[in-house]
Write a protein that binds this ligand. Structure first.
Ligand code: GLU
Ligand code: ZN
Length: 494
């Protein structure tokens, strides 16, 4: 069988972790099977549709390097792939169902349906939803409604007896009594718009979709879709509902846990390789051990059999760790290219950068590489190079448990050692040893000496390695900052 799968997002919001995982699993499955990956835009909900969401979809897939074989922009033999361009088709098929006695026109006004709902709620009635009022209208009754100019909706005739089973590759058979399936849902609205169920089933069939991989929240729609396929006389595709993506607390992943929009991750400086790799490990594993996979690896190795039944946990810390790993695999040149937009945005550098400026930034990149969790960390880590430090609260100079007086003395003496060492060309290690000797002589922990130097040079208690920072700044600028800091400290402790 030639595998054909699709990702069918509704452009109503930004692409989030769960959606992207669905896209990736479909894409990898298609690639691994030598099949086709189709992108379909389910934009039938015009009220919730946004242009921004559609742009975000394209940007996100491009960023991840996921290309679709058929779909918007690239076209294909089953197009158009945007549902709002297929409205005539849905109408035609819905009317065909009516002609075949599988669906019917319903003339109920919104007022009648509201009243019905209120009544059912007041009576706490077991029967909720549409009461199938129009299911068996006589020709005369219909004619009367038509004469009144009421434009009907089309509803599906859901069998009232028996049950419907659909098979899910992961979950096995899922059976529901037909009387528990939504009572005669609307397929086509009076304005000619299809509902999700109608458009989704028609398109999956006409586009020759063989496997449906989508979020588990769609399981409740399964029996209804099977009934629709039967009404059309079509063979349903295979289903594989994907396990939920949860936060660490066992709740469905949501904004409460942190960002879920891929765009946010992209802006913070997660690499597409890292996000793609980690998200693919949420609910899928290769052999339970190997964790690192490139997109190309997964295009080859992905199998449905290895999808977990249990919900997958999305761990922000783990993603951050993956990101760090991928950052460290970059060459300095590659990494600098990725960091530049952040440096430009912060107003630290302006493009183009070349010559000595570029060399300087390459040194910065090399020094920062080990410490970057996300690309945007470069802004805090490099601020000291581009802006003079301001020390608002002098306690920042003090290591834990050391007072300002002792800190000032430590910095005074450390400066002497540092300056002498650097000017006489001692190596980092020797200077460091001398500073450690000072610490022990003063009865301080190492931080008691290094913290004030670090804060004087970089303005921050967290920074790049000290000697790298000094080299990046130049001895002269670093000494100037230490002297300025000493002035301020001495005035304060006098
Ligand atoms: N448009 C639906 C969504 O946004 C598609 C669900 C499906 O894959 O059938 O999730
Ligand atoms: Zn009705």
């Amino acid at each position: 069988m030639d595998v054909r799968v699709r990702y069918a997002p509704s452009p109503t919001g930004l692409q989030h972790i769960g959606g992207v995982r669905t896209a990736l699993f479909n894409y990898f499955f298609a690639r691994a099977q030598g099949g086709k990956f189709i992108l379909r835009i389910e934009d039938t909900d015009q009220e919730r549709y946004t242009e921004e969401a559609l742009e975000d979809l394209y940007e996100t897939l491009a960023w991840l390097g996921v290309k679709w074989d058929e779909g918007p922009v690239v076209g294909g033999p089953y197009g158009p792939y945007v549902q709002s361009e297929r409205f005539d088709l849905y109408k035609e098929y819905a009317e065909k169902l009516v002609a075949d006695g599988k669906a019917y026109y319903c003339y109920c006004t919104p007022e009648r349906l509201d009243a019905l709902r209120a009544e059912q709620q007041a009576a706490k009635s077991e029967q909720q939803g549409y009461d199938r009022h129009c299911r068996n209208l006589s020709a005369e009754e219909r004619a009367e409604y038509e004469r009144q100019g009421i434009v009907p909706v089309i509803r599906l005739k859901v069998p009232t007896e028996g049950k419907t089973t659909f098979h899910d590759i992961l979950m096995g058979d899922i059976t529901r009594k037909n009387r528990d399936v939504s009572p005669d849902p609307v397929l086509l609205k009076s304005d000619g718009f299809p509902t999700y169920h109608l458009a989704n089933v028609i398109d999956d069939h006409l586009m020759g979709i063989t496997h449906i991989m989508r979020a588990q929240e769609w399981i409740p729609s399964g029996p209804l879709h099977i009934i629709l396929y039967e009404a059309f006389g079509w063979q349903p595709p295979a289903y594989c509902h994907l396990p939920m993506v949860m936060g660490k607390d066992g709740q469905k992943l949501s904004k409460r846990h942190g960002s879920t929009a891929v765009r946010d991750f992209r802006q913070q400086g997660y690499l597409p390789e890292a996000l793609l790799n980690y998200v693919s490990m949420v609910g899928w594993s290769y052999d339970g051990e190997r964790e690192f996979f490139t997109r190309e690896d997964l295009e080859e190795l992905f199998t449905l059999e290895k999808i977990n039944k249990a919900p997958g946990v999305f761990d922000y810390k783990k993603l951050e760790w993956f990101n760090g790993q991928y950052i460290r695999q970059k060459s300095d040149e590659e990494l600098l290219e990725l960091l530049l937009p952040y440096l430009v945005d912060a107003g630290f550098v302006s493009l183009p950068v070349d010559g000595e400026g570029r060399q300087q930034l390459l040194l910065l990149t090399a020094s920062a590489k080990e410490r970057l969790k996300v690309l945007s960390d470069i802004v805090t880590l490099s601020r000291f190079l581009f802006e003079e430090p301001v020390w608002d609260d002098l306690s920042i100079f003090c290591a834990k448990g050391v007072d300002l007086g002792v800190t000032t003395e430590a910095l005074t003496r450390a400066y002497g050692i540092l300056r002498a060492g650097l000017e006489s060309g001692l190596g980092d290690q020797e200077i460091e040893d001398n500073l450690m000797a000072l610490a022990s002589e003063m009865g301080l922990k190492v931080g008691g000496v290094f913290m004030p130097i670090r804060v004087a040079v970089t303005g921050s208690a967290v920074s790049l390695p000290l000697f790298d920072s000094i080299r990046l700044l130049s001895n002269q600028r670093a000494f100037g900052r230490i002297e300025k800091a000493l002035d301020i400290l001495k005035r304060e402790v006098r």
